[in-house]
Every structure is written in C-alpha cells, then in structure tokens.
Design a protein around this ligand. Structure first.
Ligand code: ADP
Ligand code: MG
Ligand code: ZN
Length: 729
C-alpha cells in the first residue's frame, strides 16, 4: 500500500510536475487503479482531468476518454503532450481527422504507445472504430462531462446515452470513471443508472465556492450597467454570457464602441475566428469575451474576475457552471445576472414546440431559476440546496446580494402552518402553483375539477398576496419542511421536519421575495439619461468652436454643432475615444477637430475638481444602423436620393435628415452628382457663400436672407449638407 502511494506521488511529480494531490484526487485514482467503477462530482477547476490522466499513465494499454467537444479534446491532448516526450502518448479520434491521421492513431494505440485516447461518443459508435477498439487493449473508460447523459442536466446530448452499449460491445469488463462538475441528485441517479454503474464509489466534494459573490439585478438599462461595471473594473478579465448570437454581437459591438477591449464568441463564427478570439482572451489581449454558452467548457483561465449574465440562463446548473468560471484561483469573482420576467417568458415560449415530456422538464428546470432569482434568501444556500447540500447562510460571509443587503423579515410561523396543512389536505399531490391558487381561493378549471373549493384550505390565505405565499413555500423548501418531487411534475410533499413542525410550531423568520418588475418604464437600453449640462464649460466650448472655425476658415457650426457641445458639457469626455461617443462626433471629426476640445475639457475637469459621471453616453451599435450604411453605399453608387428613399421606404424629408446626420458625425459624402442635377450651379454657389459667412446653420435664417421665392427648404438643406461635408469632414 505504501508502495502504491509512493508510486502515485512519483508519477504525479515526474509526469505532471505537481507534488500534492488536490482534494480527493489520490483516493479517486487509487480506486480506479484497483479496477473499481468510480463516480466523481467535483466543481469546475477542482482538477477532474488528473483523476483519469494519471491512472492512464500508470496502466497498461490505452484509456478511452469520452468528451463532448472537439475543441476540448484537442486542448487536453496538447496539454498532455506538453508533459510527455512523445506525441504518441495521447491522441484524439473524431471527425476532424484525415485518413492518414486516423491510421497513425490506430497504429499507436495498437502498439501500446498511446495512454490516452480522446473520442467523441458518436465517433465511438461507428462500426470501423468499434472494430478497432475491440482489438485494442483498453485500461479503463473515462466519461468526462458526464451530466450530458441526463436530460435533467444542462447540456443533454442524446449520443451520450449510447455509451454503455458501446462499452459492452467493446467487450471485457473495463472499469468506468464518470466525471462531472454539476450534478443534482436527480442527474446523478440518471448517470449511474444509464451507465449501469450503481455500485460505483462516489466521490463528491462540496459545491461551495466561497470566493464568488452572487448578485442578481433587475434588467434595466442593462448595456449601460454592464459598461459602467466594466469601466469601474478596467483591466480585469471577464465573461459576458448572452442567450443569442445576435445579442452577443450587439453587446460586443457596444463595448467596443465604448472603448472596452472585447470580442464576441459563438457557434456562428468560423472555427478559426472562434479559436483566435478565445486565444486572445486567454493571452489577455482582450479583457472581455461576450459569448453564448458555447464558450467556456474546459476553459482554464484562473483569473476571470467577473461573469455577467446578460440573460438569465435556462437552468440553475448552467448558472452554476458559468459563474464557476470566475475566480478559479480563489481570488475575486463577481457573478452578476440580470433578471427580467419577460426573458423567462421568452425561454418558456421556445419550449412550446418541444415534445411534452421534454417541455415539462424544461419548464420545471426554468421554474427553479425564477425561484432563485426572486427569492430574498441567501443565494449560496439556494444554489447548494439545488445540488443537494445543506448550508447555513451564516457561512456565506455576506458574499451574496441577499446577505449583504438583507430584506426585512417577517414572522412566518402561522403562514408555514397554513401551507403545510394545505399540502396535507391536498394529499401531497399538487404543485406550488395549484397550492397557492387554492390558498388564494381562486376559481379555475383544475380547482373545479378536483372539487377543491370545498376543502378547508380553500381561501385560507386570501388575506395575503401571491408573492407572500410564493416566498413562504420557497423558504419552506430551503429549510427542509417541504420537499419538491421533481420527477413527478414538481409535486410538493411534507418532510419529517414538516410534520414535526405542525405539531410543534416555533417562531420562524422568512423574507419576502423580491420585486423586479416594479418600475419597468426605465427599461430603455442604450438611451442616455438627461442630465444638466455645465453652462460655463458649454460657453467655453462654443468659443473654442469659433476659434477653430476661424483657423480653418469655416463657420463654427461646421466644427461641432450645439447639441454635441451640450453633450460634451454633460459628459466631460477627456480622450478622443470618449469624444467619439458624443453624438454628432464621428471618427473623422474627432480626428480633425477633437484634440483641442478634449484638452480644454480635461483641464477644466482638473481645475474644477469635477467628478466625471462614470456612465459615459453609451453609444449603441444602432448609431451605425444598417440603413445609414445602405445610404452611404447607394450614394457611392451615385443613385438619386429619391430612389434611395423609395427603396428604403423613407420620405424625402427623412432621407435628407439621415444624410445630414451621417455628414454631421464626420463622414464625407459626395452628393455633387445629385445636387448638380437638381440645382443649377449659380444658385448652389449663392447658398454655399451664404453659409460660408453665416453665424448659424439655421435653415430659417438662410431662407430669410436668400428669399423663400427663390429657394426651397430642401434645396437649402441639400447645400448645407454639401457645405458641411466639404468643409467639415
Ligand atoms: P476540472 O476538469 O475539474 O474543471 P481541470 O482538470 O481542468 O479541472 O484542472 C483544473 C486545474 O487544476 C488545471 O490547471 C490543472 O493543471 C490543475 N491541477 C490539477 N491537479 C492538480 C494538482 N494535483 N496540483 C496542482 N494543480 C493541479
Ligand atoms: Mg474538466
Ligand atoms: Zn448569502
């Protein structure tokens, strides 16, 4: 025994260069080396790979590692090869290989050089691979990310369900080790049953991640909130998760526009681009990656400081897994999720067309997310409860929003009794929603069908709100008085504790669920809140416009227009990048005129000790909306404004406004092909000269001076556009 122990440490040291095992690694490895089936549940970052890599090195033959993602396999094989002296030591077998590659893999395995063979479940089931595996010597089979087996997990993959039968076909009694970072008791059972490994030794470590701070915020002005947070944490690494590719692109764009080094990541990008974005994040060339959940499996960046969920995930397991990528080095890890009921509705709607059973499961899993978000109880306690652990919130150390900002508590003794009695009267055969409907004395079909208007509990809680009852039931579950039978439509049952409580009630303090929807009116993404502008600064900026204009021989309004100056004296941009965020200031204008402006503002801010608002105007990608791009392209092709307007469904007035806004933010447009057609040269010159000497860019002033008989408003506006474009840009 002592010898085996020494052998383990020697191998750990010699091959991997580590001197200590992490957590239960040593026991786990000993167990698999003894030929026992092994089930490992450890959180992300705990070092699960070692549990099969090391024993593979120490065994005769080849260990098969089943892993869901091709990218992950390659990554792991590269890592192993980096330790070894010979590339044959680890291989992967999947659809990305050429015929010649496959031949090499097979030769190395058959000759016994290969210790680890990574393979995707669907490749494993292929007949040609089966034949080959039967002839190879297999030391054991490792199933990584084993939660993919269960449809109750967050990442169900049907092909994972075939693994057992494939192993049986390969023949022999090879030991199995299954590993996962997230497994609720339900998923755990599913895995063991499906792999027929009910006798496996189970190693489960606590899922508590004491250094992570959990925070759920109402989803209001979310892009702005995210930008504010990142700007207050400049230089730190972070991940932002969104549910759709479109959102990923949009947010990555908004972050870039606001001077944040960010890149998108989702399955719609080309493999090469995706890999490069991931690398640049790992190499810290960018700070923030905006991603769908396609990003992150197996990512080992130890110093991710924040994980932001722009949208609530579909399951608490997913949430745990994704937040788990923060603070793997034990340092700061802020997990912020933005919650809106409307998002949950959307997710539920997506499930509408799924088969009944799948929909049922999906909705129940989703309900857990809602309960988690809306509850005012300790987040950590709730997460750990979900994974089957009991946790005392006192140990949270204020590392969640609900512990840090506790809500007022209320005496729940009487309410809890009412609930437990109702559950009892309903024979433990109904879910939360129905119980609450009964308590509130609602009248619906199912209450009628079951004759529940006639029971004692009917209307027994109608003095209280629905939210109140939701809060009580939620906390009764968390505190172990009630239990939810998730396999059975989420029916609520009474635990032993619950029964005891009925006969022996004591004082008990609960908190009321949160209300995220109270003032939703503020939910206008990307818009800036009006703030008073600094008139002293505004006047200084106006003077500067005049000076710069004179120097460049153009009127001041060609430099910057008043609304832009107004915004500058509200937001105090002190760099060209920030200046570009002011509306009406494009890259061109910032380059041409910007420097003295930011200099002046910077000096002003310093001298007057001004606290600049952190929330710089958030420039949304919409500023460069598709329509503007289309207009620019069409003008380049010398298409008449009328035709462009027609094709875009705009009025003539509207197209002039669009064109003008393109020009005034600094893009040069050559409209001469069109203007020469509609206004003769002399009249053009007259208006152009007028603007050259005018004090203001007002069209009314121009009309008054030039005469409404001779010129139309549109004509003046057209020349003004030409003027701005030629002189300003
Ligand atoms: P998991 O799969 O559980 O998320 P990994 O297998 O990716 O975790 O391991 C996480 C990190 O822990 C890796 O960087 C790995 O090198 C490191 N690690 C694993 N075992 C040890 C050990 N015994 N000593 C030091 N570091 C270890
Ligand atoms: Mg892993
Ligand atoms: Zn807490």
């Amino acid at each position: 025994m002592i010898e085996t122990k020494k052998l383990l440490f020697d191998n750990l040291h010699n091959f991997f260069g580590f001197d200590q095992f992490k957590g239960q690694q040593e026991d786990i490895i000993t167990n698999i080396l003894s030929g026992n089936d092994t089930f490992v549940i450890m959180p992300t970052g705990a070092g699960k790979s070692m549990c099969y890599q090391l024993p593979a090195m120490m065994s005769d033959g080849t260990a098969i590692v089943i892993s869901p993602l091709i990218a992950l396999m390659k990554n792991q094989v590269d890592q192993i090869r980096a330790f070894g002296s010979n590339d044959s030591i680890a291989h992967f077998l999947n659809s990305s290989l050429t015929k010649a590659d496959i031949l090499k893999v097979k030769n190395d395995v058959l000759s016994g050089d290969t210790k680890l063979l990574y393979i995707a479940p669907e490749s494993m089931a292929k007949q040609e691979n089966l034949d080959f595996l039967i002839s190879a010597q297999i030391s054991f089979v490792a199933i990584d990310e084993a939660h993919c087996i269960s449809e109750w997990g967050h990442d169900f993959r049907p092909e994972y369900r075939k693994i057992r039968s494939v192993i049986n076909q390969i023949g022999g009694k090879v030991p199995i080790i299954a590993l996962t970072a997230t497994a609720t008791p339900k998923v755990q059972q599913d895995i063991m049953k499906n792999l027929q490994m009910q006798d496996a030794t189970l190693y489960k470590s606590s899922f508590n991640r004491p250094n992570l701070y959990y925070d759920i915020r109402p989803k209001k002005q979310v892009i702005k909130e995210i930008i504010k947070y990142i700007k207050a944490n400049t230089g730190k690494s972070g991940i932002i998760y969104c549910l759709s590719r479109k959102k990923v692109e949009e947010i990555a764009e908004a972050l870039k526009l606001n001077g944040i080094k960010a890149l998108p990541y989702h399955a719609g990008l080309e493999a090469k681009e995706r890999a490069s974005h991931q690398d640049r994040f790992l190499m810290e060339d960018v700070d923030v990656i905006v991603a769908t959940i396609a990003f992150g499996m197996g990512i080992d960046k130890p110093d991710v400081r924040f994980v932001i969920h722009h949208d609530m995930p579909k399951s608490l397991e997913g949430y745990y897994q994704e937040t788990g990528r923060a603070g793997r080095d034990g340092g700061e890890g802020n997990c912020i999720a933005f919650y809106a009921e409307s998002d949950i509705m959307k997710l539920a709607k997506f499930m509408k067309d799924k088969p009944v059973a799948e929909k049922e499961i999906g909705l129940q899993i989703l309900t857990e997310v809602v309960d988690y978000a809306e509850s005012a109880a300790c987040r950590r306690k709730q997460i750990l409860y979900y994974f089957g652990e009991t946790f005392n919130e006192a140990a949270c150390n204020n590392m969640c929003d609900n512990c840090r900002h506790p809500k007022e508590r209320f005496e729940a003794q009487e309410y809890l009794q009412i609930v437990i009695k109702a559950v009892k009267e309903l024979n433990e055969k109904f879910n939360t929603e129905h119980i609450i409907n009964v308590l509130l004395g609602e009248d619906n079909k199912s209450i009628q069908d079951f004759g529940h208007t006639k029971i004692k509990a009917y209307g027994a809680g109608k003095e209280q709100s629905r939210k109140m009852w939701e809060s009580v039931i939620r906390q009764a579950l968390l505190s172990g008085f009630l239990q939810k039978d998730i396999e059975n439509y989420g029916l609520i049952k009474i635990t032993k504790n619950g029964t005891t409580y009925l006969s022996n009630p004591t004082s008990l303090m609960f908190t009321m669920n949160k209300d995220y929807e109270s003032d939703e009116s503020a939910d206008d993404e990307g818009h800036t809140v009006a703030a008073a502008s600094d008139t002293v600064l505004f006047n200084m900026l106006k003077d500067l416009c005049k000076q710069i204009g004179k120097k460049n021989n153009v009127p001041p309004f060609v430099v910057f227009q008043e609304p832009s100056l107004q915004e500058m004296s509200t937001h105090y941009p002190i760099s060209l990048d920030e200046l570009k965020q002011i509306s009406g200031v494009g890259a061109g204008k910032a380059q041409k005129f910007g420097a003295p402006f930011v200099e002046l503002i910077k000096k002003y801010v310093e001298e007057n000790d001004i606290d600049r608002p952190m929330d710089m105007v958030v420039k949304t990608a919409a500023n460069k909306s598709a329509i503007k791009v289309a207009i620019i392209q069409n003008i380049d092709r010398k298409i008449s404004l009328e035709d462009i307007a027609d094709s875009k469904g705009l009025s003539y007035e509207q197209i002039l406004t669009e064109v003008e806004s393109i020009v005034s933010s600094g893009t040069k447009l050559n409209l001469n092909y069109y203007i020469d057609e509609v206004i003769d040269e002399d009249r053009q010159d007259e208006v152009f000269d007028y603007f050259r000497s005018a004090d203001s860019d007002s069209i009314d002033d121009a009309l008054a001076e030039l005469g409404t008989d001779d010129y139309t408003r549109e004509e003046i506006q057209l020349i003004r556009i030409k003027f701005m474009s030629e002189l300003g840009n």
